[in-house]
Write a protein that binds this ligand. Structure first.
Ligand code: ZN
Ligand code: ZN
Length: 274
């Protein structure tokens, strides 16, 4: 059994805890080291027990606490060469750094991790497929557009955490300067609710039973809008078997991956007609 929970999501700091076979990984350390340690402890996890911290990219909301956390708890970091350089980790005292080559499976304790390059304005940004035993989680935040290699890499995942960063109308009408709006909505920025909906309708793998929407913008999105868009897309696809959750800034409870599908609360199970 593989399970995961989000400890923090959005511009205030991202971190996702994954657990399987007695081992634990963290994806991103975008909170301060002390805050991250406290959130792990309140989830019942000894920070020193982590196998590694995967870093998706060097932006502060993903890597801010990484070096201090690694140093304090003796936990190795892992990510692309670009992330290592751009986060300045060569100048930091850390417990170690595992370079993840694009698409190459890497064994980290009980886990197999594959890094998938994504289009984002960072040095070597990656999504991850984390698998252990029978379960696989696809984890992708911070990317400006969907491409075939990400869809393919996630096609056998039992659970997918994907960003649903902004509502296009709210971003357009909102207070950000035009240059920031252009960056967010550009091909190397973030996914809109509509982009994520398109993925769920056209690209989501048949094995997936849990979808978590993450990294919602505090200024340019509402959880209900993101959920409605994703839910509509899943219904169009006839995927009443998928549990859909929206992640707030403070994270989520545990999600079991590879467990029995959770039926939807209302309405009969939709029959597949074609
Ligand atoms: Zn981010
Ligand atoms: Zn970023």
């Amino acid at each position: 059994m593989l399970r995961f929970r989000v400890l923090g999501s959005g511009s205030a700091g991202n971190a996702t805890l994954v657990e399987a076979g007695g081992g634990r990984l963290l994806i991103d350390a975008g909170l301060g080291s002390r805050e991250l340690s406290e959130r792990l402890l309140s989830a019942g996890v000894d920070p020193a027990s982590l196998t590694a911290v995967l870093l998706s990219h060097e932006h502060g909301d993903h890597a801010k606490g990484a070096a201090a956390f690694s140093r304090k708890w003796g936990v190795r970091l892992a990510g692309s060469r670009g992330t290592y350089a751009a986060a300045g980790l060569g100048a930091e005292s850390i417990a170690g750094y595992e370079v993840l080559e694009p698409f190459a499976p890497a064994a980290l304790g009980a886990f197999t991790v594959r890094g998938v390059p994504v289009p984002h304005d960072a040095a070597g940004p990656m999504a991850f497929v984390v698998s252990a035993g029978e379960g696989a989680l696809g984890h992708a935040t911070d990317f400006g557009h969907l491409n075939r290699r990400l869809v393919d890499a996630f096609s056998a995942c039992d659970a997918v955490l994907i960003e649903s960063n902004y509502d296009a109308g709210m971003l357009r009408e909102g207070p950000y300067p035009w240059s920031v709006k252009a960056r967010i909505s550009g091909g190397y920025g973030h996914l809109s609710n509509d982009d994520t909906g398109r993925y769920l309708e056209k690209g989501l793998g048949e094995a997936c039973r849990v979808v978590v929407l993450a990294h919602l913008s505090e200024n340019n999105n509402h959880a209900e809008v993101a959920r409605f868009t994703a839910d509509t897309a899943l219904r169009r696809r006839g995927r009443a078997d998928v549990r859909l959750e929206v992640c707030g800034a403070d994270g989520t409870e545990w999600f079991d991956v590879g467990a029995m599908p959770v039926p939807r609360a209302k309405g009969p199970k939709q029959l597949r007609l074609f």
